[in-house]
Design a protein around this ligand. Structure first.
Ligand code: PLP
Length: 444
């Protein structure tokens, strides 16, 4: 075979070729079995090869897979929007705009926020604020909002400088404070940034309820988002929740933000919406945001050729039904709390596990220099070592970061929400074996 496949992110690394996958297991063409400890990229939330989803896919493909959304709507897309509103909306009504990836969902959220203010006659409100540790996607608009140094640095001349607010990083609080006496000092910096830049220039603040790729499940303390929401409202700025990783049950609540008493004006969904069965993502827009657009130009100025294709919509609908029928949100909470306890036990055994954090089945492990709280130096490439050793040992874990998206070492453990308790033990013992193996080679 002529090697022309350019999708691999690290061209120098050898990847196994996948053969098939079932439940929480993935098998390569050499017959090796892997426990999917991170649902791919925190995406395969139902596990692999679920017959109900495959059936829904076949049924829709037999009717129609694609129509152009400016010519037709489809039952699948309409029903999906209705179901998302039922599951997520509560008292707020959310309208759904379908796209194909998380980056498109956050970028669409950004555009809708800017358009909202334009339709209200406030044309200067076109900046977005975000946090220094965050990941909102790889396209230029989404990357402009992302505080992820490693992914930004090559493109800085093309990017807006949107990250302006510190993350809620309690393990390494920059103010050396602890919660609750800190009184959400880091959230107050949002207000300081708004005053410095001028609310008349700012359309929205975007945040991942629990920070994923750039922070290994960094979880704000109680009251944090209530504080953030109050600041946004006080200064007339929309609040966008990037739920691409945290949404649809992953954290043990339907939405990550449901762990706090706060509501977003716009929500970005991705990953778990198609659960890896199909590319689909969505931007959910609350009624009060869509109203001036509907009464104004009447057009959401965004969209892609494959947006709202009936095939992906039918898959996402089947995924939502499966989540409900199998009580996966509750399951993520229950099993996640077991997994948290098991990871804390591992922490007692390895002096270089600094912090365990997260909620439900989105848990992060931050590594430190042994016996200290010092971040793993970059030159050790420690995250890579852990990911590679775990994979050699038959366990897939998600590389993450601590620090500024480049320094520090961390991973995310996020198995499918369908994982059984016995399989949890299998996952943790594979992880422990990999850790023992790594420890033998200390110091790096
Ligand atoms: N937002 C968050 C929180 C993410 O974790 C990701 C992907 O990791 C994205 C957006 C971008 O999604 P995608 O890779 O589907 O474009």
């Amino acid at each position: 075979m002529v090697p022309t496949y350019l999708i691999k992110p690290h061209l120098q690394r050898h990847y196994p070729t996948v053969q098939y996958a079932k439940g929480i297991y993935v098998y390569d063409t050499n017959g090796k079995k892997y426990v999917d400890g991170c649902s791919g990229a925190v995406t395969a939330n139902l596990g692999h090869g679920v017959p109900e989803i495959i059936e829904a896919m076949k049924e829709q493909a037999n009717k129609v897979s694609f129509v152009y959304r400016s010519q037709f709507t489809s039952e699948a897309a309409e029903k999906l929007a209705e179901t998302l509103n039922e599951r997520i909306g509560g008292e707020t009504r959310y309208w759904t705009f379908l796209v194909n990836s998380g980056s498109e969902a956050t970028e669409t959220a950004m555009k809708i926020a800017i358009q909202y203010w334009q339709e209200k006659g406030k044309k200067g409100k076109n900046k977005i604020l975000s946090r220094w540790l965050s990941y909102h996607g790889i396209t230029l608009g989404a990357l402009s909002m992302s505080g992820h140094t490693a992914r930004r640095e090559r493109f800085v001349p093309l990017l807006e400088d949107f990250p302006n607010v510190p993350p809620p990083y309690c393990y390494r609080c920059p103010y050396q404070l602890t919660w609750p006496s800190c009184q959400w000092r880091c959230a107050d910096e949002l207000e300081e940034a708004i005053i410095r830049i001028g609310a008349e220039h700012i359309a929205a603040f975007i945040a991942e309820p629990i920070i994923g790729a750039a922070g290994a499940a960094l979880t704000p303390p109680e009251g944090y988002y209530e504080h953030i929401q109050a600041i946004c409202r006080r200064h007339e700025i929309l609040f966008i929740a990037d739920e691409v990783m945290t949404g649809l049950g992953r954290t043990g609540k339907m939405m990550g933000l449901d762990h706090w008493q706060a509501k977003a004006d716009i929500i970005a969904l991705g990953k778990g919406l198609g659960a890896g069965y199909t590319p689909i993502a969505a931007t959910l827009v609350s009624e009060h945001v869509i109203e001036p657009i509907r009464n104004g130009s009447g057009v959401v100025m965004s969209g892609h050729t494959l947006s709202a294709n009936p095939l992906s919509a039918a898959v996402a609908l089947a995924v939502l039904q499966y989540i409900d029928q199998h009580r996966l949100v509750q399951k993520a909470e229950e099993i996640g709390s077991d997994l948290f306890t098991k990871l804390c036990r591992l922490q007692q055994k390895f002096s270089w596990i600094g912090d365990i954090r997260g909620k439900g089945l989105m848990l992060g492990i931050e590594f430190t220099v042994p016996d200290t709280k010092t971040m793993m130096p970059n030159k050790w490439a420690f995250t890579d070592i852990v990911v590679t050793k775990a994979q050699e040992n038959g366990l897939l874990v998600y590389p993450s970061a601590a620090g500024n998206g480049k320094d520090g070492a961390a991973i995310i453990i996020a198995p499918p929400l369908t994982i059984e308790r016995a399989q949890l033990d299998e996952l943790v013992s594979l992880l422990e074996e990999a850790f023992h193996h790594i420890e033998k080679h200390f110091p790096m």
